[in-house]
Design a protein around this ligand. Structure first.
Ligand SMILES: C[S@@+](CC[C@H](N)C(=O)[O-])C[C@H]1O[C@@H](n2cnc3c(N)ncnc32)[C@H](O)[C@@H]1O
Length: 283
């Protein structure tokens, strides 16, 4: 196991990975608009060789495999055994295009050479040393090959995550301890200046960072949105910290906070804000 990323690897093989598997369909619905924006920027072409970094349950790997077709090849790489098991069970959905899933830490695993595209939907923010990790991945690209990924922008502009979290914290009387905003985790690449520096230190050129926002439907009712929030995202982490006995209080508090934000039919949609990042391995 990679020493540097061992904490994240343990998380994605523990309760976190299991919850992602259990909620795969809901999560996929949340993140599809952002993955689609990244796929549009990446524009995989028939015959291309692609690596999907942090491929999770394989949704984007399968989609890309269909795009590159039988003449291309896709490798989904991930550290999470439960998520890879789901990905492998769904491989046939690639309609016969060459698609393989590998268990490995993308920051150090052997990767296929002469790759055309490194792609990721929210799978690259978990490296303890991001520049060396991107430098390692860049070396798998052919000259002129591209790297395209989606990552979250600042928590402030992501109320889908922060509104439920603020309500849960208030209900528990929890004041967040000062934390390193750049620590491995969903918001590690929020700072655009840092993000650009990571890629440029890793040897990438033509770095382009575009903001992309979309509404995320977090639940059909405030109650179901609260139920989703305690399963995934930052509220689930808080529940683990304070103890499951506080779950009913947290659920009620999150539901109350979401009621005024619900549409007339009860649906709760809140903004999600991302960077769609593109960079090239210099020729
Ligand atoms: C937020 S999930 C995204 C999953 C998937 N890309 C999706 O959009 O559904 C992050 C993924 O990155 C994976 N991951 C975290 N650290 C990794 C590493 N060092 N190497 C490869 N995958 C990693 C996790 O196991 C997890 O599947």
């Amino acid at each position: 196991m990679s020493a540097g990323n061992s904490e994240q690897i343990a998380e994605w093989n523990g309760a976190l990975g299991e919850r992602w598997v259990a909620m795969r369909q809901e999560i996929d619905r949340f993140v599809v608009p952002f993955g689609d924006a990244a796929l549009k920027a990446a524009a995989p072409q028939p015959g291309e060789r692609v690596i999907d970094v942090g491929c999770g349950c394989g949704d984007t790997s399968i989609e890309i495999a269909r795009m590159v077709g039988a003449a291309g090849a896709v490798l989904g790489i991930d550290v999470s055994q439960p998520m890879l098991a789901v990905a492998r069970s769904r491989g046939a959905l690639a309609n016969g295009a060459p698609l393989d899933f590998r268990d490995g830490d993308a920051s150090e695993a052997a990767l296929p050479a002469n790759t055309d595209l490194l792609f990721s939907r929210f799978g690259v923010m978990f490296f303890s040393q991001p520049s060396p990790a991107f430098s390692h991945m860049r070396k798998s690209l052919r000259a002129g090959g591209r790297c395209v990924f989606a990552c979250w922008r600042t928590p402030r502009d992501n109320p889908w995550a922060m509104t439920p979290l603020s309500a849960a914290r208030a209900a528990m009387g929890v004041t967040p301890a000062p934390a390193d905003p750049n620590a491995p985790g969903p918001f590690a690449f929020a700072d655009e200046v840092r993000l650009r520096a990571i890629l440029s230190d890793a040897g990438f050129g033509a770095i382009d960072v575009q903001r992309f926002d979309a509404a995320i439907s977090i639940g059909a009712t405030p109650r179901s949105a609260a139920e989703n929030a305690v399963q995934i995202g930052p509220v689930s982490r808080l529940v683990r910290e304070v103890g499951a006995e506080h779950l009913p209080t947290i659920l009620d508090a999150v539901e109350r906070a979401l009621v005024p934000l619900a549409a007339p039919d009860g649906h709760v949609s809140l903004n999600g804000s991302t960077w769609i990042v593109s960079a090239t391995n210099p020729a």
